[in-house]
Every structure is written in structure tokens, then in C-alpha cells.
Design a protein around this ligand. Structure first.
Ligand code: HEC
Length: 99
């Protein structure tokens, strides 16, 4: 019972985030488009929802979200290497919104 509800909830959140992502980013492009860092970001961060634009959050908020996303990935059994996390973290910090 509990499992069933949490699955529905999870999918609800995923769909909401996907819809939000589509709404705010459209088919627009990312900063540093074409660089290897953007490729890592795209590969890792579009599995469950569309990519969030780096300007959506400040550097401090990104650290919070990365920790949260790491938990989501662990729960789903998806690999997230420390180097990948570091690349994405640095990329998001360089392009983040001002605090
Ligand atoms: C395993 C699935 C999964 C992966 C992979 C994933 N996310 Fe998420 N993400 C979620 C879920 C589920 C939510 C909904 C909010 C919550 O429950 O935490 C979310 C919400 C978010 C949000 C908050 C909503 C918003 O758009 O502002 C941000 C930011 C975000 N993710 C960034 C990332 C980044 C950056 C990565 C790549 C490092 C990533 N996500 C990879 C599952 C994932």
C-alpha cells in the first residue's frame, strides 16, 4: 500500500518537474553549449526530467539540489560518479544565478 502511493507520488513529481522544465526552457540552449561539461550535465540530468537551466538557481541552491539528486539517483540505482558530480557542480556554479 505505502509503496504504491509513493510510486504515484514520485511519478507525479517527475511529471511536474518535466512540465516545469519544458515550460521554462523550451528548446533553448545552455551556456557553454558544445563543451564536454555540458554533455555530462545533459547525460546525467535529463534521465528523470528535462535539464534545468543553470540560471534557475544560485550556487548555494545548486549544492542543495545536487545532494538531493544524488539521493534520487541512488534510490533508482543510477550511477553518479564523484568526478561527474564535480564537473556538473563546477559547471552549475560558473553559470548560476547571482545569490
Ligand atoms: C533519478 C532521477 C533524477 C535524476 C537523474 C535527476 N533528478 Fe532532478 N529531480 C528528480 C525528482 C524526482 C525531482 C522532484 C523534486 C524532488 O522530489 O526532489 C527533481 C527535481 C529537481 C530540481 C528542482 C526543480 C527545479 O526544476 O528547479 C532540480 C533543480 C533538479 N532536479 C536538478 C537536477 C540536476 C542538476 C540533475 C543532474 C545532476 C538531476 N536533477 C538529475 C529526479 C532526478
Amino acid at each position: 500500500m505505502v509503496k504504491w502511493f509513493s510510486l504515484i507520488f514520485l511519478w507525479g513529481s517527475i511529471l511536474t518537474v518535466a512540465a516545469l522544465g519544458l515550460w521554462s526552457c523550451g528548446a533553448g540552449s545552455l551556456p557553454e553549449e558544445g563543451s564536454p561539461d555540458v554533455t555530462v550535465f545533459r547525460n546525467k540530468c535529463t534521465v528523470c526530467h528535462s535539464w534545468p537551466h543553470p540560471k534557475r538557481h544560485s550556487a548555494r541552491e545548486w549544492d542543495h539540489y545536487l545532494t538531493l539528486m544524488e539521493t534520487h539517483m541512488k534510490n533508482r540505482g543510477l550511477p553518479f560518479e564523484p568526478q561527474e558530480k564535480e564537473i556538473i557542480r563546477a559547471y552549475l556554479h560558473r553559470n548560476a544565478r547571482e545569490d
